[in-house]
Design a protein around this ligand. Sequence first.
Ligand SMILES: Nc1ncnc2c1ncn2[C@@H]1O[C@H](COP(=O)(O)OP(=O)(O)O)[C@@H](O)[C@H]1O
Ligand SMILES: [Mg+2]
Length: 153
Amino acid sequence: MMFDSNYDLKDESETLRFAESMSSHLRPGMNLYLKGELGAGKTTFVRGLLRGLGYQDKVKSPTYTLVESYSFLKFTIYHFDLYRFKSEHEWDDAGFREYFNETSICLIEWPEKAGGMLPEPDISIELSHQSFGRHLHLIGFTPIGSECLKTII
Ligand SMILES: Nc1ncnc2c1ncn2[C@@H]1O[C@H](COP(=O)(O)OP(=O)(O)O)[C@@H](O)[C@H]1O
Ligand SMILES: [Mg+2]
């Protein structure tokens, strides 16, 4: 673990605004885990990241499709939701390994459902309920992930 920071997000607009400000610091090849219970705000955070990158349309939760993709000029964002995985082997069966490359940014809700099959994250984004709003815990695990987090504070 190389970088660790905590924030309070008092309502949905703060979650969106925080994610929007983070979006310009993302780099192709990055891999982000989004953790937290149902309703914690993981998909909201992804919506903010995509908005910050200029995406205007609706952001669908990939709860049923497992993955949604968004193409930008220099990279593609893949947004996964593995909540429905029954076994970590579904990861390989689905061929998701190929989605991780130098021209993609992968955002993964419920990464724990794929067990040890996933690549290590550059950044972990963990959201939890608190009496007012949400608590946000960010951890940078790699130099590129830590650098990204250092620049947003
Ligand atoms: N900082 C916040 N404070 C209060 N409510 C929030 C905050 N951020 C997001 N929400 C709300 O919490 C819910 C989270 O839903 P969602 O993002 O789909 O969660 P998840 O993907 O973690 O299941 C949404 O209704 C959203 O408006
Ligand atoms: Mg979700």
